[in-house]
Write a new protein. Structure first.
Length: 393
């Protein structure tokens, strides 16, 4: 009897060993909790679509850790108070990472909810350095170039332009990004050209103000001798530029990525002397072949061209997180955090990305400078700032 029992056990063990190991084909879920409608729709819907293309690429290459990846999207309606609810919904759906809004003010509430559940929160393009360890938490990261780098880049570009010696600064106070952008431009510009080269500074609130007649009057008086205007704008850009040009102010305007996009240029179809730093050209002329190919894929998949260059940051948010997962071979959040914190010039679609344990935003990654003439965008070239002031918290 004992011999028969041992024989039976041996046979069962042999059968178990002979059975193939079943691969885990349960999808790895990435959540998106951002403004698919409302004020941030041009930024966040595009970023979600960029993330979708990243998921397509991951799955085409065999998945992540041998498992398929899927995207779950919830709309915050561009209302920060709805961020926690949207984040909880994608977390309840099993999300291992949550992609939040392209802004510190709008994205932080959803990010705080994600990290409270022990998950990485990625913003596609929140550019205020507070989106990270100091302002949200150690599991919060962003794919943006910090306003420290953006402001310095704009100042250095302006300083190289012949005759651009005196500036008038216009600042939208609606969000932290625009305030920080202007502050960092100012800091680097004064370093290059001196305090006396700033002829005036003014503000408005893009979420509340529809008219800027008073500000334009002050540009004409206080800034009569200015050579160009730095415009730190967030929303309502078409109305603002139309008012400026209709009032006869034809000075060159220098802006950064928040003023990117085809969604407002129709309001000023003949806009000229407008210079802007963007993540990617949406106009079919990006000089980087990888980004040009991405934009072609975007249009083929979604049946329309991208409306803002920020679509590439949605892609890189997923790309960066997946790269960290691959490095550690695990979905363990602490291990992924360590891998992300070790990024040093990590090659991503938008360029080299660097994080440290104390800084979860890029300071010196490149942006594409473009010039608009008669409503047509033409690339000037990619560049990064040579000198960037560290963030102050």
């Amino acid at each position: 009897m004992k011999h028969m029992l041992l024989t039976a056990c041996s046979a069962a063990l042999s059968l178990c060993l002979a059975l193939p190991v079943q691969a885990d084909d349960t999808p790895i879920v990435i959540g998106v909790a951002s403004g698919q409608t409302g004020t941030l729709e041009p930024w966040d819907k595009g970023a979600a679509r960029g993330a979708e293309l990243a998921v397509d690429d991951i799955n085409a290459a065999g998945g992540l850790l041998g498992r398929p990846v899927e995207l779950v999207i919830r709309d915050t309606k561009s209302d920060p108070s709805l961020g926690p609810t949207a984040a909880l919904e994608v977390l309840d759906a099993g999300s291992e990472m949550v992609l939040v809004a392209c802004d510190y003010d709008f994205g932080a509430p959803a990010a705080l909810t994600a990290i409270s559940q022990g998950k990485i929160a990625m913003s596609s393009c929140a550019a205020d350095a507070k989106f990270g360890v100091q302002g949200v938490g150690p599991l919060a990261y962003t794919q943006a170039l910090a306003t420290n780098g953006q402001g310095a880049l704009l100042a250095e570009f302006a300083a190289e332009q012949p005759g651009w010696d005196k500036v008038y600064i216009m600042q939208d106070t609606a969000i932290e990004y625009t305030k920080s952008l202007c502050a960092n431009f100012r800091k680097r510009w004064v370093d290059l050209k001196g305090e006396d080269s700033i002829l005036g500074e003014d503000t408005w609130n893009g979420l509340n103000d529809n008219a800027i007649a008073g500000q334009i009057s002050r540009i004409k008086s206080d800034g009569a001798d200015a050579n160009f205007i730095v415009w730190c704008g967030f929303t309502n850009n078409g109305a603002m530029m139309r008012q400026l040009r209709s009032a006869g102010v034809d000075l060159p305007v220098l802006a950064s990525e928040s003023m990117d996009g085809s969604h407002w240029i129709e309001a000023v179809p003949d806009l000229s002397d407008f210079y802007i730093a963007v993540y990617a050209s949406i106009w079919g002329n990006d000089p980087d072949p990888k980004i040009a190919a991405f934009m072609t894929r975007f249009q083929e998949k979604f049946g329309e061209p991208a409306r803002m260059g920020h679509v590439v940051t949605g892609y890189t948010a997923v790309e960066a997180w997946a790269r960290a997962v691959e490095k550690v071979g695990s979905l363990d959040t602490t291990a992924i955090q360590t891998a992300l914190d070790g990024f040093t010039g990590e090659p991503l679609l938008t360029g080299p990305s660097t994080y440290t344990p104390d800084l979860h935003i890029n300071l010196t990654s490149p942006m594409l400078m473009m010039k608009v003439t008669n409503g047509k965008y033409e690339p000037i070239g990619r560049r990064a700032a040579e000198k960037v002031s560290p963030p102050e918290f």
